[in-house]
Design a protein around this ligand. Structure first.
Ligand code: 3H9
Length: 688
């Protein structure tokens, strides 16, 4: 068997190289090999110091996440770290790439740390619904103090080497070659007396923290909004408090107990599912292996409105030049102004420099003529949703764009195949459906037309990663994956409203489930005039617009808003709901009870997901979860609608849907796939 850790002694320094691609995850096998090598080096009288370094693109990026939920295999992290920390010879960790989670915790158990200039360190466990379970919550506060430790661990952010040096989390930065510099550092340590300082013995920072016992409650309070619904942050606060208030061993035991609780929780299972689902989404099994993605060096965007501007920013941020086209100078100026304001606001917050603002703006070539797109590699059309306008643009693009250019539409529900048919090259046409605000939302639905060629799909999937998006491949259907999936939630919210369920109750249940806002709050935020533009029959929304209640921007929509934009129930809306219900002959029968409300709102989403999967619109159940999480802010700790459904159990959902069907009609008829899986005792996650 290949050994994952190998040692070589160079001038009295044992260099132990870890090699477990792709990210050197600290699996049981790697822990065993590393332990053997460290013990060998400790026992070797010719070895005066030890350097731990990794092969490949990164230092250890954490524990092996696939091992969570399985029976733990020896050696444990604690046993391995004990041997390293108590080694009688100095141990130096040499960090490059991303030293994260259990990898960074290993480095903190070493006596010294040296980092390559471009390295980053961090404890991202919180993103997996966990806390650092290998001493991170105990050692980091001993270096940086409790306040900074809380910030670092609850944010899970990656810290650049220079900041890590300033914070004392690493001892020095390599100047040139990490391995050579680590060796030189080890030799110098030996020459200076071969001290083996242990972070666990450091008291100064936490002694100071003991003087401010309120800091934990204050931190939790100040971040209550950010932590809402998540279990891991309070576990982290608790563990860091233990670091300050308990002796090291007891603090460590507290950390382990809290970690064990979280790792067994449905939240962490959901967040781990999301971690792998995001990566899985990039894979298209049917893509022939020999297909080479087309490279994109320049982009054209048609439409400088909110969507087109946001789309443009993604490419500018990745250093890709954009030709931005509008129909009038005024619209173009407005669009450019909005992009600039956005960047300047980011610069004001310290997220970029003034120079970077200018560099990004300089990548835009504005224009009023589609002919300017003759040479770009990819054109993205982002004009309003009209088949007529879009087919006209694609017909023109067909004449203008160079052969081999990809022609993409940002349509959110129109038939991509009809758009493609307006050209003589439908194989070069694809859907790139961004979500608003397009520079922020991470989902990109890549819509595969019936004629779209494989290299075009391969290109879109690869490009998504380059511009920081998570691509999910979708077939052509009304609303593609995310919009189609979530539409039934809105339908049911509005149906319940007309049946007399208070809208504030409907919204509250969604917020308690974990959504950032409820259905009606979201409508008010987006603007009722914008959403209800194409309505054909009488609706509460239409009446609200008629009454000038356009949403938050007017201080009144479904809700009334005060100056701080806080919503309160509106008697006007209540009256309109009654009128519309009466006009439609809907009798009052409010839904009560959180579970009943939730089932009514979200089981139809699960059902639609089953149809989307069964029809082959989505490649896999986890893609549907990703679309909901990244496109609609479905709470990540629920794992998405289909993962959530699996956790509830499909037989229970089918039974409840049948009861709803008996009461409210066939909208609730469980989808065939849902019934099939339930009968077979399977979940969506089991569907191949
Ligand atoms: C932890 O450490 C707990 C401890 O505190 C306590 C223990 C007691 N395990 O993201 P990429 C795979 S919790 C297993 O595409 P990039 C990933 O699935 C852990 N697999 O690359 C993918 O596989 P595939 C704390 C992992 O360059 C491949 O590696 N650490 C792990 O864009 C490439 O990944 C973290 O949460 C893992 N830990 O980004 C860090 N990590 O090719 C998680 C990655 O089959 N990892 N894989 O799809 C990351 O954030 C990114 O992967 C990283 C590289 C930044 C490292």
């Amino acid at each position: 068997m290949t050994r994952l850790a190998t040692g070589a002694v160079i001038d009295g320094v044992a260099v132990i190289t870890l090699d477990n691609p792709p990210v050197n995850a600290l699996s049981a096998a790697l822990r065993a090999d590393l332990l053997a090598e460290v013990e060998r080096a400790i026992g070797d009288a010719g070895v005066r110091a030890i350097v731990l370094i990794c092969a490949g693109r990164t230092f250890i990026a954490g524990a092996d996440i696939t091992e969570f939920g399985k029976a733990p295999q020896p050696p444990s992290f604690a046993d391995l770290f004990d041997v390293i920390e108590n080694a009688p010879k100095p141990v130096v960790a040499a960090l490059h790439g991303t030293a994260l989670g259990g990898g960074f915790e290993l480095a903190l158990a070493c006596h010294y740390r040296i980092a390559a200039q471009g390295a980053k360190v961090g404890l991202p466990e919180v993103h997996l619904g966990l806390l650092p379970g290998a001493g991170g919550t105990q050692r980091v506060p001993r270096v940086v103090g409790a306040q900074a430790a809380l910030e670092i661990i609850t944010s899970g952010r990656q810290i650049r080497a220079s900041e890590a040096l300033a914070l004392g989390l690493v001892d020095r930065l390599a100047e040139a070659d990490l391995r050579e510099d680590a060796l030189a550092f080890a030799r110098q340590i030996v020459a200076d007396g071969a001290r083996c300082p242990r972070i666990r013995d450091r008291e100064d920072r936490i002694a100071a923290d003991r003087a401010s016992p309120d800091l934990f409650a204050d931190f939790a309070k100040a971040n209550a909004r950010r932590f809402k619904g998540f279990a891991a942050p309070s576990g982290i606060v608790e563990a860091v408090r233990a670091a300050v208030t308990l002796p090291f061993e007891e603090g460590l035991a507290r950390e382990t107990a809290l970690f064990d609780e979280l790792v067994a929780s449905p939240q962490s299972a959901a967040q781990r599912h999301v971690f792998f689902a995001e990566r899985e989404a990039a894979r298209v099994p049917a893509l022939p292996a020999e297909v080479q993605p087309i490279e994109i060096g320049s982009v054209g965007v048609i439409g400088a409105g909110t969507m087109g501007g946001g789309i443009t920013m993604n490419f500018l941020n990745a250093g890709i030049p954009v030709r931005l086209i509008e129909t009038t100078q005024e619209a173009l100026d407005r669009g450019l102004g909005a992009i600039r304001r956005n960047y300047e606001a980011a610069a004001k917050k310290g997220r970029m420099s003034a120079d970077q603002v200018e560099q990004r703006m300089a990548l835009i070539t504005p224009g009023l003529d589609l002919a300017a797109l003759a040479e770009v590699d990819l054109v993205i059309e982002a004009v309003y949703e009209s088949m007529e306008v879009k087919t006209d643009i694609f017909c023109k693009l067909d004449r203008i764009a160079r052969p081999g250019a990809i022609l993409a539409s940002n349509t959110s529900f129109l038939d991509l195949n009809r758009i493609a048919a307006a050209t003589n090259r439908p194989e070069w046409v694809i859907g790139l459906h961004f979500f608003s605000p397009a520079n922020i939302m991470r989902l990109l639905e890549v819509v595969n037309g019936s004629a779209t060629a494989w290299p075009v799909i391969a290109c879109a999937m690869k490009l998504a990663k380059r511009i920081g998006k998570v691509a999910v491949l979708s077939g052509v259907c009304d609303g593609f994956i995310a919009n189609r999936l979530l539409a039934p939630r809105g339908v049911q919210a509005e149906a319940m409203m007309l049946e007399g369920t208070p809208i504030a109750e409907i919204d509250r249940v969604l917020v308690d489930y974990g959504f950032a806002m409820g259905h009606f709050q979201m409508m008010d935020l987006v603007g009722l005039d914008v959403i209800g533009r194409d309505a054909t029959e009488r609706s509460v929304m239409g009446d609200l617009v008629g009454a000038g209640r356009l949403g938050q921007k007017r201080g009144a929509g479904y809700y009334d808003y005060d100056e701080q934009r806080r919503p309160s129930p509106s008697p006007v809306t209540l009256g309109l709901i009654g009128e519309v219900a009466a006009a439609k002959g809907i009798a009052a029968s409010p839904t009560t009870g959180d579970d009943a409300l939730l089932a009514r709102l979200l089981y139809p989403v699960v059902n639609e997901g089953a149809r989307i999967l069964d029809e082959g619109i989505a490649l896999r159940a986890s893609d549907i979860d990703i679309a909901a999480i990244l496109g609609y802010n479905w709470p990540v700790y629920r794992g998405g609608p289909l993962f959530w459904a699996d956790q509830i159990g499909l037989p229970r959902i089918v039974a409840e849907m049948r009861a709803l069907e008996a009461e409210h009609g066939e909208t609730f008829a469980p989808a065939p796939l849902l019934v099939r899986l339930a009968e077979q005792g399977l979940g969506f996650g089991d569907k191949a």
